[in-house]
Design a protein around this ligand. Structure first.
Ligand code: NAD
Ligand code: DAU
Length: 353
């Protein structure tokens, strides 16, 4: 029996990873540790919450003493670390929160793992989930490889870069068995509607303006979230200790094209007149320090682990829109209360300008 600790399992990507591990590996006990911040939601895991090999622990990675007690009690064999503050726009408003969770929270987990795994480190694994944003921004050419120098440009990416450095430093200094992956933009079911794709779907449903930052020409490389969960599974089981793997969708899209495609698909699924939702698009004040383009070279993970994305862009977006249309109770639950305050703070001025 293996005890696997997954942090941030009630969030977007974490819930897909938890679901995958609970279903595919009945021989593991999967412990989902999550503080249930605004981004965490146990509704994301309703379909596995009663599985015999699943346990939920409400805890905060900023609290070392609690982590210490949990490691002593459950003797985790491995950690897959996803818990983080994950939204760039929030990091512009409140950078310090990103230092506390993403940097100090990661160091707390590393300290607990180091303390409890020191006798036989070879039987353990600390797998840190990170982002392509640590590499900075690209012009119109080029791609991020695992050798690209770190050049974070937002408080979010600076905090993730710092946490990556700590993970690798614990690998070098203390012999902690670590692996890191850096992934591009994910999309799919259960993504909180502060991120571009679910925010736009939510606004289309409610016939609200669709805010596009700047000129809408910035480029992101989009990956369907289940393909990311699949890559995480492969790296967890077959990745080489001490290595870094880049993960991406080989799917670069300009923001304006993403928004227009969402309008087309959603109008079609809702039986609206073609073009109706495109009329809601508004170009608004740009994000401060907005990274221009991300693109990921995935040749290492493809060569070493045989991974490549399985879900095409059109198929993935259609699955995503369909899920949001069929789960409007979920959308309603997560957009009540605090979300409204957030939305007004971030968008009211931009949309009335
Ligand atoms: P998310 O914001 O949807 O979920 C984060 C989860 O972490 C939530 O469940 C939240 O409750 C939990 N959490 C936050 N602070 C915590 C704390 N102090 N203690 C315990 N739990 C806490 O994030 P996501 O989009 O699912 O991203 C997950 C991870 O993947 C993050 O580390 C992020 O940097 C990384 N990542 C995300 C993307 C993407 O496109 N979303 C791409 C690459 C990498
Ligand atoms: O690249 C991986 C990263 O992708 C992850 O590490 C982050 O956790 C995740 O949030 C995501 O970061 P982005 O900033 O790229 O994602 P977001 O969905 O916030 O924005 C995508 C693009 O759309 C970006 O260029 C900004 C733009 N945008 C975003 C919002 C929310 C808009 O034009 N309008 C919006 O309202």
């Amino acid at each position: 029996m293996k005890n696997i600790l997954i942090t941030g399992g009630a969030g977007f990507i974490g819930s897909h990873v938890v679901r995958r591990f609970v279903r595919r590996y009945p021989e593991y006990t999967v412990y989902n540790l999550d503080a249930l911040t605004y981004a965490g939601n146990l509704m994301n895991l309703r379909d596995v919450e009663n599985a015999p090999n699943y346990r939920f622990i409400k805890a905060d990675i900023r609290d070392f003493d609690t982590l210490d007690r949990l490691f002593a009690k459950h003797r985790f064999d491995a950690v897959i670390h996803l818990a983080a503050e994950s939204h760039v726009d929030r990091s512009i408003e409140n950078p310090t929160a990103f230092v506390h969770t993403n940097v100090l929270g990661t160091v707390n987990l590393l300290n607990a793992a180091r303390k409890y795994w020191k006798d036989e480190p070879e039987n353990h694994l600390f797998y840190h989930i990170s982002t392509d944003e640590v590499y900075g921004t690209l012009g119109d050419q080029g791609m991020f490889t695992e050798q690209t120098c770190y050049d974070p440009r937002s408080a979010y990416s600076a905090s993730k870069a710092s946490s990556d450095h700590f993970v690798r430093a614990y690998g070098h200094t203390y012999g902690l068995p670590v692996v890191v992956s850096n992934c591009s933009n994910n999309y799919g079911p259960y993504q909180f509607p502060e991120k571009l794709i679910p925010l736009v779907i939510h606004n289309i449903i409610h016939r609200k303006p669709l805010p596009v930052y700047g000129t809408g020409q910035n480029v992101r490389d989009w990956l369907f979230v289940e393909d990311h969960a699949n890559a995480i599974d492969l790296i967890f089981h077959q990745g080489r200790r001490g290595e870094t793997y880049n993960i991406g969708g080989n799917n670069e899209q300009r923001n304006i094209d993403v928004v227009e495609k969402l309008c087309e698909i959603t109008d079609e699924m809702l039986g609206r007149t073609p073009g109706e939702s495109k009329a809601l698009i508004r170009f608004v004040t740009d994000r401060a320090g907005h990274d221009w383009r991300y693109a990921i070279d995935t040749s290492k993970i493809q060569r070493e682990l045989g991974w490549q994305p399985q879900t095409g862009w059109d198929e993935g977006l259609r699955k995503t829109v369909k899920w949001y249309l069929e789960n409007q109770d979920w959308l309603q639950q997560v957009t009540s209360g605090a979300y409204r305050e957030y939305y007004d703070k971030m968008y009211k001025k931009r949309l009335n300008e």
